[in-house]
Design a binder for this molecule. Sequence first.
Ligand code: PHE
Length: 472
Amino acid sequence: MTELPPPGNAPHQDVPPSHRGPEHEEPPAFARELWNTRVGFILAAVGSAVGLGNMWRFPYYTAEHGGAAFVALYILLTFALGIPLLLAEMTVGRRTRLSPIGALRSAAGRAWVPMGYLFVAAGFLILAFYSVIAGWVTRYAVGIIFTGFPDDPGAYFTAISSGTEAIGFHLFFMTLTIAIVMGGVEKGIERASLIMMPTLLILVGGLAVWAATLAGSGEGYRFYLTPDIEEIFSLDTFSAAVSQAAFSLSLGMGAMLTFASYLSRQESLPREGTVIAFSDFGVAFAAGLVVFPVIAALGLQDAVGESTVGALFIALPGAFDAMGGLAGRIVGSLFFLALLIGAITSAISLLEVVTSSVIDEFGWPRKKAAVTTGIVIAIFGLWPALDLDALGAYDELTGKVMLPLGALGIAIVVGWVMKNPIGELVIGSSERMRTFFTGWLWMLRVVAPILLGLVLWTTVPDAVQAIGGLFR
Ligand code: PHE
């Protein structure tokens, strides 16, 4: 990540030489690409899950929703709702061996094809704003390493978060994402995950240990870990926690479905799903263990308390800077580096949903599909790169409406429509697990639709308002 080209490159200019040249014929659909190793699949799926959602959105939502109450609900929902939905997506993906549109057609029938399009649209819109934020992260990492901290973090954030610089770094990040997805499942996504994910886990773990040594960290832990009971019963906090659980596990838009479609028929889905969910939760929790002590050590709670998308980008550099000298600079750059790695491995899964759908539906070769879809998404990202309110609206619409809606659809498809979903979970598991699997099916049939319905009932009006506000 040291040789950064100047911002503003058009996405197609940064394609590595090995990827240029004549297109090769894609193998026919029945020779679907597969993960090379089980670990490769797990790291890629954890890579999809772990990202800005864990290290930026999670602390920001936690601060916004009263701290530990939100954390408690989020933990509960990750396990009670997140794991069942994750297994549901994986079931559809591995059974059909297709990307979302075809997968839903094959598992549930034609009537469900529009939901496949909803998934692709969600991947499209999420990546469009996700890449803008990842662009800020890149800008911060480069800035801290080469020139140190800005004097006025607030003004700095305003300067780089929208406008020419934001666009330049957004396009750079999209180029990187496209280059990896062009490489394919094994040589692109799996290889990148095998290198990046262990690095990220070490970085975040190390930072959490380091944060414990800060004077004043106790205050941060208290805010993070002592729940305010009243907040737990707020419908708003609940909806935010559901949205966060879905976003963080990459659920409701077919990313896990698509990744599982490249998985062999031997692996146990419940085992892999549990590893993925625990890792995702672990990194989010550890990120909180870094962010809150760092901020509390400097008495910056209020800056994050009135949380907006940018709060962390303003408070954290200020906090690292206040630590002074080289130490602050090293720790600060490591934090943004970890954030960047997480963002890349998530972005490739978002692009893969769109790209693989185009490959499967139109029979395009992978490279052409990845470049074309990537460029169109990059164009959709220009608006959020120019306007923070648009960025917030993309986030609201996707996180609070499209993902819960997609998750509801998946729960119904697997719970009520698909034939013998349990058959897919049984593979590689012991017979004694059958009772659990029946429980899982009823979670999907009854509990998940009730919870997700409740969420949509509260979030749809908010999202409509946020979007309406843009056109006023
Ligand atoms: N889970 C990713 C994160 O936490 C974001 C994401 C959402 C990725 C949906 C893929 C699909 O950053």
